[in-house]
Design a protein around this ligand. Structure first.
Ligand code: ATP
Ligand code: MG
Length: 328
C-alpha cells in the first residue's frame, strides 16, 4: 500500500486527519505500507526553499505523532527516492497529451494559480503520482473521492505498460476507506474544510487550544436550536456532530440523545474539549520529535532506504523492458 501527502505550511488540519491520515495509521495493521511526504509534488507551485524544508520536517513529525509507526511502515521523503522522478519520466512518455488534459484537478488547480503561474509540472503531476504508486507495486491506494480520476489514470497506464512491454506492474485498486469522514469548513459548511479557504473555518492540528476553541465557538450554524444531524438543512451542526463522533467514538445517534434539550453552545463547548484533548498529545509529540532533528532525519533515512529497495527493483525492470542500455 502506498499513500502520500504534501508537506503543508503550518500543520495538517482535522479534515486531513479524519479523511486520510487516520486511515494511514489504521491500515498499517493489514498491509505493508509506504507513506511519503511528497515534496516533488509541492514544487508544482512556487515554494520558499527554507519553508519547504521546514514544512517537510514538520509534516513528517506530525505523521509520526499521529501514529505512523516506522518499525512497521516505511515513512520517507519523496525526493530521497530518486526513482519517483525517474519512473515519472517513463510514464509521461506513455501518456497522451489529451489524456493528461482531462484531469479535472489540473483544471481546478490551474484556475486557482492563474495562467501565469501554471507550470508544466502542475500539468504532469498526476503522472508523477502514477509513478509514486506503481514503483511499490501497490495493490491498494487509500484516497479520497477527489483522487479517483488519478487512480483511474494509474490503472490505465499500468495496463498499457504491461500490454506493451510485458507484465511489470500490479494494477492497483481504488480504495476509499470506509471510516474516512468528510469534514466541512466551520465557516462555510457547504465546502470541504481546506487550508486554502479564507477565514477561520479550518482547525489545524497545531493550533493553540484557545484558537481551536474560538474557531469552534464561532462555527456557523443555523437558526434552529435542536442538536440533530441533518446534512441538507443543518450542515453546520451535522459537521460538528461528525467531528465529535469521529474523535470521541460516540455515535451521532448517541450524541443527539446526550444533547437532547441542550443548545448549540453546549455542543460547541464539549467539542472544543474533545478536539483539544485529541490534539494536545499530538502537539507535544510533534514538538518532541522536531526537537531531536537528527533522530527524525535518521527515521526518514531508514524509511527511504526501505523504499529504495523496492523502488530500485521496479525501476531496473522498467528500464530493461523499455530498452535502455544497462550501464556497463
Ligand atoms: P488544498 O486546499 O491545497 O487542496 P487541503 O487542505 O484540501 O489542501 P489536501 O492536501 O488537498 O488538503 O489533502 C490531503 C489529504 O487530506 C487528501 O487525502 C484529502 O482527500 C484529505 N482531505 C483534505 N481535506 C479534507 C476534508 N475536509 N475532509 C476529509 N478529507 C480531507
Ligand atoms: Mg484539497
Amino acid at each position: 500500500m502506498l499513500s502520500g501527502i504534501q508537506p503543508t505550511a503550518g500543520s495538517f488540519h482535522l479534515g486531513n486527519y479524519l479523511g486520510a491520515l487516520r486511515q494511514w495509521v489504521d491500515l498499517q495493521d493489514s498491509a505493508e505500507a509506504f507513506y511519503c511526504v511528497v515534496d516533488l509534488h509541492a514544487i508544482t507551485v512556487a515554494q520558499d526553499p527554507a519553508e519547504l524544508r521546514r514544512n517537510t520536517l514538520t509534516s513528517a513529525a506530525q505523521l509520526l505523532a499521529l501514529g505512523v509507526d516506522p518499525s512497521r511502515s516505511a515513512l520517507f521523503v519523496q525526493s530521497h527516492v530518486p526513482e519517483h522522478a525517474q519512473l515519472g519520466w517513463v510514464m509521461q512518455c506513455l501518456t497522451g497529451f489529451g489524456e493528461a488534459g482531462r484531469m479535472t484537478q489540473f483544471k481546478d488547480k490551474s484556475q486557482r494559480q492563474g495562467a501565469a503561474n501554471t507550470t508544466v509540472g502542475l500539468f504532469t503531476y498526476p503522472i508523477l503520482q502514477v509513478a509514486d504508486i506503481l514503483l511499490y507495486q501497490a495493490a491498494r491506494v487509500p484516497v479520497g473521492e477527489d483522487q479517483r480520476q488519478h487512480l483511474e489514470l494509474t490503472r490505465d497506464l499500468a495496463v498499457r505498460f504491461n500490454g506493451r512491454f510485458g507484465e511489470t506492474f500490479t494494477v492497483p485498486e481504488v480504495f476509499i476507506p470506509p471510516g474516512a469522514a468528510k469534514v466541512l469548513d466551520l465557516q462555510t459548511p457547504e465546502k470541504q474544510m481546506s487550508k486554502s479557504l479564507p477565514g477561520a473555518g479550518c482547525v489545524f492540528l497545531l493550533d493553540e487550544p484557545k484558537v481551536t476553541a474560538k474557531k469552534i465557538r464561532s462555527a456557523v450554524t443555523d437558526t434552529g436550536r435542536e442538536v440533530v444531524a441533518d446534512a441538507a438543512n443543518k450542515p453546520g451542526i451535522t459537521n460538528l456532530l461528525t467531528i465529535h463522533s469521529a474523535l470521541s467514538g460516540r455515535t451521532v445517534a448517541q450524541l443527539e440523545q446526550d444533547f437532547d434539550g441542550r443548545g448549540y453552545g453546549d455542543l460547541k463547548k464539549e467539542l472544543a474539549e474533545v478536539v483539544t484533548e485529541f490534539v494536545a498529545p499530538v502537539q507535544q509529540r510533534t514538538h518532541e520529535l522536531l526537537d531531536d532533528r537528527a533522530e527524525l532525519e535518521r527515521t526518514l533515512a531508514e524509511g527511504a532506504a526501505r523504499a529504495r529497495e523496492v523502488a530500485a527493483g521496479t525501476l531496473a525492470q522498467v528500464y530493461d523492458r523499455v530498452g535502455f542500455l544497462p550501464p556497463a
